[in-house]
Ligand binder design. Structure first.
Ligand SMILES: Cc1cc2nc3c(=O)[nH]c(=O)nc-3n(C[C@H](O)[C@H](O)[C@H](O)COP(=O)(O)OP(=O)(O)OC[C@H]3O[C@@H](n4cnc5c(N)ncnc54)[C@H](O)[C@@H]3O)c2cc1C
Length: 306
């Protein structure tokens, strides 16, 4: 088994997610080469093996056609069994383009590997499906936070320049930072987050009050943000923020991998959930099996009197 791992480069920096690609390949027991469009004179992934580096204008800022053609050249050279991307905005865009060009199957959002097969979430992460690709090469995207090396890579790559003078029809003009809207959860030491278990928008105030009593901020899972009960700048998870507070209180949050990816570096996790088997239990230091509507007002009042 051989994988070609597609690392990412943005605004002059290699994205640390390349270590997750390495962890995925490790779990698969695969030999790997890596590909990146970036700056060979600057920072590079600490990857032990062949690192194909393509340099283009602006050191690799995303250009769909150019990146695709450069990568296809390396695929032809390496002949991998799998081309592996992170399930990021880069992977979402580039992976299907590469899969179509290779006439290859694509397996998206892989969260685990079992006996060489890919495990992906189904039915809003309530179920898992196990899939194998057919054909000579499969394109895969891996979910953020699902595979971890536990430490940064420490290899010295064998750099192979990729030469290709390709033109694209789309050009990136630049990045625009999202508005923070006054709160930056990444700096909070205490976060109390609302999940779908809060039931209705009026109940979000219970989460806010507990956060206030603890001297922290409140956050939310994606369904709560999608329902517009809480603003997007408070969303925790792969498509929201990655936080690492001293205390994270997950209220009515099941613990889907996309949410865990954003909060699992918290020092101490308290979960409040009516379902004793909810996956959030796997990362919780304290798990209260309770209805948040009953527990939170009592807990908040107790803390306020301390
Ligand atoms: C590409 C992609 C990106 C995503 N990005 C994110 C992301 O950034 N952040 C994110 O959070 N999700 C993200 N998701 C969604 C994710 O897969 C889950 O659907 C989501 O995290 C579930 O949110 P939840 O735990 O609030 O809801 P649910 O999974 O519905 O869980 C609700 C929980 O509340 C409990 N509950 C119900 N009533 C009560 C009660 N009265 N008291 C206590 N507990 C109760 C239930 O037992 C259940 O465990 C993403 C999904 C995809 C596909």
């Amino acid at each position: 088994m051989k994988t070609l791992l597609v690392a990412e480069y943005r605004q002059g920096k290699v994205q640390e997610s390349y270590t997750e690609l390495m962890a995925f390949a490790d779990k698969l027991g695969a030999d790997s080469a890596m590909f990146i469009v970036g700056d060979s004179a600057g920072q590079l992934p600490k990857f032990q093996g062949t690192l194909h580096v393509a340099e283009v204008d602006d050191f690799g800022e995303y250009n769909p056609d150019v990146h695709k053609y450069l990568l296809l050249d390396v695929v032809a050279q390496e002949r991998p069994d799998m081309v592996v991307f992170c399930h990021s905005s880069y992977g979402w865009d580039l992976a299907p383009r590469v899969a179509v060009s290779l006439k290859a199957p694509q397996i998206s959002e892989v969260i685990d590997v079992e006996d060489g097969a890919m495990v992906v979430p189904a039915c809003n992460a309530k179920l898992r499906r196990t899939i194998v690709g057919s054909g000579d090469v499969t394109v895969v995207t891996i979910q953020a936070g699902a595979f971890s090396l536990g430490e940064a890579g420490n290899g010295i790559p064998n750099v192979a320049p990729v030469i290709g003078d390709y033109q694209g029809v789309v050009n990136l003009l630049g990045y625009e930072a999202a508005e923070h809207g006054g709160v930056d959860l990444t700096k909070s030491e205490v976060i109390v987050s609302a999940g779908r278990g809060v039931g209705k928008p009026e109940n979000v105030s219970m989460i806010e009050q507990l956060a206030q009593a603890l001297g922290g901020e409140y956050g939310a899972s994606r369904p709560v943000v999608d329902a517009e009960w809480v603003a997007h700048n408070r969303q925790v998870g792969t498509t929201g923020l990655t936080v690492s507070p001293k205390l994270y209180v997950a209220c009515g949050i099941s613990g889907a991998v996309q949410h865990l990816a954003g909060m699992k570096k918290s020092e101490f996790v308290v979960a409040i959930n009516t379902d004793k088997d909810a996956p959030i239990g796997e990362v919780a230091d304290v798990f209260a099996v309770a209805d948040l509507k009953q527990l939170l007002p009592v807990l908040t009042e107790k803390i306020q009197t301390l």
